[in-house]
Design a protein around this ligand. Structure first.
Ligand code: ACO
Length: 440
C-alpha cells in the first residue's frame, strides 16, 4: 500500500474551561505567569460525569459520524492514553461497543501506555500493521488523549483534557514519510504515577524539561540521518515547512523549535547564519538545557520561522492545555484547521514526547486537499461554544474528582447540562466497579 496516513481526524474536548488569566489571579501568582510565562490561554477540564472511556467514546463516535466511517471497514483500533481507570481492562475494549453492535468484533489492537507517548506508539503500530503481511486491507482508528490534572501548585496550570481520533489507511491525504524516524528512549523518573489512589502524577518539572530537550536533540539528529539516507541530501530546518510538537505548554514549544536550530548549528557551526552562536560552539549540549542566553539567542533566530512554521499548529494546545497523548495530534488538527489546502505539497516534522521516557521525530506530507476535514470538524465554532468557568468552580470540580477517584457504587452528581449535546457521559458505577454510559 502507498501513502499510508490520516484520512480524517476529530477531537472531543469538554465543554468547560478555565481561563489562565483568571487562574493567575486566583492562585495569587504574578500577572502574566501562565499566559505569557507558560504561553497558555485556556485549560479544558471535566467533572465527574466524564472519564477516559466517555471521552474516547465521544471522539470515535464523532469521527465515524462526521466522516461516514463504515464500522465494518475498521480492522484495527488502538488507544494511546495514560488515564487509567482499570489496571487490566483497556479503553479499547470499551470502544468495541461501537463496533460489536454492527457485527464487527474482528478488530485488533489494545491500549498503549507511556505518559504522553502512547498515542504516537499506537499510530506507529497502525502504520506498521499496514506495511506488514498481517494487514487485511481494512483501515485503522487511532485514539490518543487524556484527562491531565495536577495537584495544587505550579504544575496545575499545565493540565488539560481532550481525546483525538484519527482514521488511518492507504492513499491518505496526510501521508507519513515511510522509513523516516528518529527514536530516543531511556529510564528516568521525570513524571510518573505511582499513586494508584490518585489521578495526579508526581512530577519534577525542571527535570522533565531537560529530558524533553535532550529527547529533541537525539530524535532530531537521528531523524536527520534517516532523511539523509533516503534522500541523499543534508537535512536541516530548511527542509521543514511546518513543525508540530508535543505541547506541555506553549513556551516550551517555542524553545524546542529553537533547539532544533541549535542542532543545525552543531552540524554546521561555521554557517554565517549562526554568527551570534559562536560562543556556544564548545559547550556540551547537555550543559545548555537551562542556558537562558542561548535560549534567547535561538528564540530570536527562529522568531519569524516560528510564526510561519510552528504557530499555526498551536491553537488547541493553548486553548485546551496539555492533553498528554492527544497533544501532538491536537497540534495536527490545529494545523489542518489553520492552513487547510495550503498544506498540499508541504512537509510537516513532528516531535512526540512522553515522560519516563519515550520520544520520536517523524514526518508526513500532505498530498491531496483536506478542506473537507476543516469543514466537518468545525473547530473554531466549537471552541467558541464552550463555557468559561470560574477558578473557584474549577478547583471544586477537581476536588470532586479527587473524592470520586476509584469509588464504586455511586452515581456522578455533576449536571449533564455542562456537556455538549449528544455526548456520552458516565451514568453510574456499580458495586463491582463496572461503568455505565448514556448520551445527552
Ligand atoms: N510574566 C511573564 N513571564 C513570567 C511571569 C510573569 N509574570 N512569571 C513567570 N514567568 C515566566 C518565567 O520566567 C518562566 O519562563 P522561562 O521558562 O522562560 O524561564 C516561566 O514563566 C515559568 O515560570 P517558572 O517560575 O519557571 O514556573 P514554575 O517553576 O512555577 O512551573 C513548570 C513551571 C515547571 C513547567 C510547571 O508548570 C510544571 O511542573 N509543569 C508540569 C511538567 C511539564 O509540563 N513538563 C514538560 C514536559 S513533560 C510533560 O509533558 C508532562
Amino acid at each position: 500500500p502507498e501513502n499510508i496516513g490520516i484520512h480524517a481526524i476529530e477531537i472531543y474536548f469538554p465543554k468547560t474551561y478555565v481561563a489562565q488569566e483568571d487562574l493567575e489571579k486566583f492562585d495569587g501568582v504574578s500577572s502574566g505567569k501562565y499566559t505569557l510565562g507558560l504561553g497558555q490561554t485556556n485549560m479544558a477540564f471535566c467533572g465527574d460525569r466524564e472519564d477516559i472511556y466517555s471521552l474516547a467514546l465521544n471522539a470515535v463516535t464523532n469521527l465515524m459520524d462526521k466522516f461516514n466511517v463504515d464500522p465494518q471497514s475498521i480492522g484495527r483500533l488502538e488507544v494511546g492514553t495514560e488515564t487509567v481507570i482499570d489496571k487490566s481492562k483497556s479503553v479499547k475494549t470499551v470502544l468495541m461497543d461501537l463496533f460489536a453492535k454492527h457485527g464487527n468484533t474482528s478488530i485488533d489492537g489494545i491500549d498503549t501506555i507511556n505518559a504522553c507517548y502512547g498515542g504516537t506508539s499506537a499510530l506507529h503500530n497502525a502504520l506498521q500493521w499496514m506495511e506488514s503481511s498481517y494487514w487485511d486491507g481494512r483501515n485503522a482508528i487511532v485514539v490518543a488523549g487524556d484527562i491531565a490534572v495536577y495537584e495544587k501548585g505550579p504544575a496545575r496550570p499545565t493540565g488539560g483534557a481532550g481525546v483525538v481520533a484519527m482514521l488511518v489507511g492507504p492513499n491518505a491525504p496526510i501521508a507519513f514519510e515511510s522509513s523516516l524516524r528518529g527514536v530516543h528512549m531511556e529510564n528516568v523518573y521525570d513524571f510518573y504515577k505511582p499513586d494508584m489512589d490518585s489521578e495526579y502524577p508526581r512530577v519534577d518539572g525542571k527535570l522533565s524539561i531537560s529530558c524533553y530537550l535532550r529527547a529533541i536533540d537525539a530524535c532530531y539528529s537521528r531523524y536527520s540521518k534517516t532523511f539523509e539516507k533516503k534522500y541523499q541530501k543534508q537535512f536541516n530546518l530548511g527542509q521543514v515547512d511546518y513543525a508540530l510538537f508535543h505541547s506541555p505548554y506553549n513556551k516550551l514549544v517555542q524553545k524546542s523549535f529553537g533547539r532544533m536550530l541549535y542542532n543545525d548549528f552543531l552540524v554546521n557551526p561555521n554557517d554565517p547564519r549562526f554568527q551570534s552562536l559562536q560562543s556556544y560552539k564548545d559547550i556540551k549540549p547537555e550543559d545548555t538545557y537551562f542556558n537562558t542566553d542561548l535560549e534567547k539567542a535561538l528564540v530570536n533566530l527562529t522568531k519569524q520561522d516560528y510564526t510561519e512554521k510552528v504557530a499555526p499548529g498551536t491553537l488547541l494546545a493553548k486553548q485546551l492545555g496539555n492533553t498528554y497523548c492527544g497533544s501532538t495530534y491536537s497540534g495536527l488538527l490545529s494545523l489542518v484547521d489553520e492552513k487547510s489546502n495550503d498544506l498540499v505539497g508541504k512537509r510537516v516534522l513532528t516531535f512526540s514526547y512522553g515522560s519516563g521516557l519515550a520520544a520520536s521525530a517523524f514526518s508526513f506530507k500532505v498530498n491531496k486537499p483536506i478542506d473537507h476535514i476543516v469543514q466537518k470538524v468545525d473547530l473554531k465554532n466549537r471552541l467558541a461554544n464552550r463555557t468559561r468557568v470560574t477558578p473557584e468552580d474549577f478547583t471544586n470540580t477537581l476536588s470532586l474528582r479527587e473524592q470520586r477517584h476509584n469509588l464504586k457504587d455511586y452515581t456522578p452528581s455533576d449536571s449533564v447540562s455542562t456537556l455538549f449535546p449528544g455526548s456520552y457521559y458516565l451514568s453510574q458505577v456499580d458495586k463491582q466497579g463496572r461503568r455505565n454510559y448514556e448520551r445527552t
